[in-house]
Structure formats: structure tokens, C-alpha cells
Design a protein around this ligand. Structure first.
Ligand code: UT7
Length: 315
């Protein structure tokens, strides 16, 4: 795993000077205390490349090993080419395929799922799976109901193909479950795009409506993962959810009987970084030694679309 955050940190106290809000409201309703905001040179591809370089270094791999880059983002550098191909060039990767995945906050679980299919089919050997965002660029900085919630950053994972033994302790992706339901579009969307307004647009969200659906949706796909693998919440070593709101995270864990001490939380440090939130949390928990080889880890996310999904893996 590797992570990258912009230089500029923005605290709740800083936000009090920008919109009609308070540190107390933000902490109580979301758990967020600070987030990072990208400067002009810190584009999504720049943050993604830095995270990928760290991930490669930690995995003991080089650019020459990579034949697949799957990059999840809703804030690409350009409408095209994909941010993934820009990262490919910046890293010096010259073979294989690179493409973006658009599933908003569920982007990383979608990207891991896609990479897993490529690797297990035998068509590719070693993938970089990246979640990278600069949501600050699509926020309405006068809308206190959304601008206090999001932040920027990137996280990257190296996934390589190995033959397993077929025994229970094999490392890697165990099961993945993706869902979407386009009828929920108006609850979380961006009000612009190339083929509609010809502009980038700004994020719009009915937070309460999203909240109302979130816990049920993510616990459904986690239940699917437990069923598919014959495991239970007690078997999990770590629960690494999408970091949108501490109340959603805690309610989801409680509903499935996942002990609170098994939750990896970074929402207080990063805010909601959309597709980057899970890999940022994973990188944090690997770096500080919490997640260890052979640990059973559950990832889940839910976001715009709606899209949602879970990934269970043996680290
Ligand atoms: O990443 C994927 C998707 N996103 C999410 O998962 C987000 C899901 N939703 C949420 O996390 C929560 O709904 C929010 C954190 C966005 C809002 O929390 P809430 O408890 O649902 O609050 P609310 O929207 O019902 O607002 C309560 C009050 C309102 O005032 P009134 O109408 O009660 O007078 C808002 O105007 O809080 C007010 N409010 C604020 N006050 C201070 C809204 N934003 C702010 C703010 N500072 N920043």
C-alpha cells in the first residue's frame, strides 16, 4: 500500500472562517476534524503517482512489473485521456493496460474487483489499483452542507497473481460483491458534465437521504461476503470501511456485530476522500502495523449512483 496527501491541511476551525459552521457540529455529525486540500499543481494524477510509487517501493516491485493499472476517480485531470494513462506514463510503465473506473465513493471496491478478475483470469500478472481524488475542485465552497465533508488524497495497492494452495489461509481477494441502482441519482450527483452543460459542475447531495440508505446497503453486501466465504463477523481481523461519516461506520459495524476495536477509522484525519478513502485507511493501518500478513480484512463502500460493494481479502 502507498498513500499521498496534499500539502495543505484544512481544519474545522479553518472552515468556521469560510462558512456558517462549527467544529462541534462537524465532529458530532461526521467525526471529521481535518482534511487535506490539493494545491494547483497537486492534480489527481500527481497524487495518484506519488501513492503508486510508495506502494511499488513497499511491495518490492518496479514499474517494469506492472501490466495493469485500474484507477478509481470521479475527479480526473481531464475528460480524456484517462488519469490512469497519465499515471502509467509518469511511472514509466510501458506495457499492459491502464484505465479509469467511475463509481464515485465505491470506486476502490469496484477497481479491486476488476483487477481481481483480470488477475485470476490469467490475462495479467501484476496490477496497481489506485483510488485518487481532488473533490475540493468540485465542491461548492458556499454550501456548508457539503463543503465541510470532503477532502483530497490518493491511495494505491499492488496486487499480484499467485497460485494458492486451496487451503483456508491463502492470501488475496476471497470474494467481491458489487451493486448499483441508478434510480438514486438525484440524491448525490454533480450538476455538470461534458455532454450536458459542457462544464465540470459542482457536487450536490441530500445528505439525510444518502444516510438513510447507506447502512442497509453496505451491510447487505457484507452479509453476502460472509455467506460466500462461510465466515462471520467474529472471524474478521479488520473492518476498513469507506470513510464518509463515523456514525454510518459505527452503525454498520454494530448491525453486523463487528467489534468497534476492529474498525480502521481515518475519517477524522482525511474527511471523505471518495474513491481514495479505503486505500488511504489501508495504507495507514499497514504503516502503523495494525494490519498484518494473513489478517482477514473486510472493505465496503457506498456512494453516488448509488453504487455499493464489499471486498473480503486475506492480507
Ligand atoms: O460518500 C458517500 C456518500 N456520502 C455520505 O455518506 C454522507 C451521508 N450523510 C451524512 O453523512 C449526513 O447526512 C450529513 C453529515 C451530511 C448531515 O448530517 P445530518 O445529521 O443528516 O444533518 P441534517 O442534514 O439533517 O442537518 C441538520 C441541521 C440542519 O439545520 P436545521 O434544518 O435542523 O435547522 C442543517 O441546515 O444542520 C444544519 N447544517 C449545518 N450546521 C452547521 C447542515 N450543514 C451544517 C454545517 N454546519 N456544515
Amino acid at each position: 500500500m502507498g498513500a499521498s496527501l496534499p500539502e495543505r491541511r484544512l481544519t474545522n476551525k479553518d472552515l468556521e472562517k469560510m462558512v456558517d459552521t462549527t467544529d462541534e457540529w462537524i465532529v458530532q455529525r461526521t467525526g471529521i476534524r481535518e482534511r487535506y486540500i490539493a494545491g494547483p499543481g497537486e492534480t489527481t494524477s500527481v497524487l495518484a503517482t506519488r501513492a503508486a510509487q510508495k506502494a511499488l517501493e513497499r511491495a518490492g516491485r518496479t514499474a517494469a512489473d506492472i501490466d495493469l493499472i485500474v484507477l478509481a476517480t470521479s475527479t480526473p485531470d481531464f475528460t480524456f485521456p484517462s488519469t490512469a494513462t497519465q499515471v502509467q506514463a509518469a511511472l514509466g510503465v510501458t506495457r499492459g493496460a491502464a484505465f479509469d473506473v467511475q463509481a464515485v465513493c465505491s470506486g476502490f471496491v469496484y477497481a479491486v474487483t476488476i483487477a481481481d478478475k483480470f488477475l485470476t483470469s490469467g490475462s495479467h500478472e501484476c496490477a496497481l489499483v489506485i483510488g485518487a481524488e481532488t473533490f475540493s475542485r468540485i465542491l461548492d465552497w458556499e454550501d456548508r452542507t457539503t463543503c465541510v465533508l470532503f477532502g483530497d488524497g490518493a491511495g494505491a495497492m499492488v496486487l499480484a497473481r499467485h497460485e494458492g494452495t486451496g487451503e483456508g489461509r491463502d492470501r488475496g481477494i476471497m470474494t467481491t460483491h458489487l451493486r448499483s441502482d441508478g434510480r438514486h441519482r438525484e440524491k448525490l450527483y454533480v450538476d455538470g458534465g461534458p455532454s450536458t452543460t459542457g462544464t465540470v459542475g459542482k457536487l450536490r447531495m441530500s445528505g439525510k437521504e444518502v444516510f438513510r440508505h447507506a447502512v442497509g446497503m453496505v451491510t447487505d453486501v457484507m452479509t453476502d461476503a460472509f455467506k460466500a466465504t462461510g465466515t462471520t463477523a467474529k472471524d474478521l481481523d479488520w473492518f476498513v470501511p469507506h470513510q464518509a461519516n463515523e456514525r454510518i461506520i459505527d452503525a454498520s459495524a454494530d448491525k453486523l456485530g463487528i467489534a468497534r476495536e476492529k474498525i480502521v477509522k481515518t475519517v477524522h484525519l482525511h474527511g471523505n476522500t471518495s474513491a481514495a478513502s479505503i486505500p488511504l485507511a489501508l495504507a495507514t493501518a499497514c504503516e502503523d502495523g495494525r494490519i498484518k500478513t494473513h489478517d482477514l480484512v473486510m472493505l465496503e463502500a457506498m456512494g453516488g449512483g448509488f453504487t455499493w460493494g464489499s471486498v473480503m481479502l486475506r492480507w
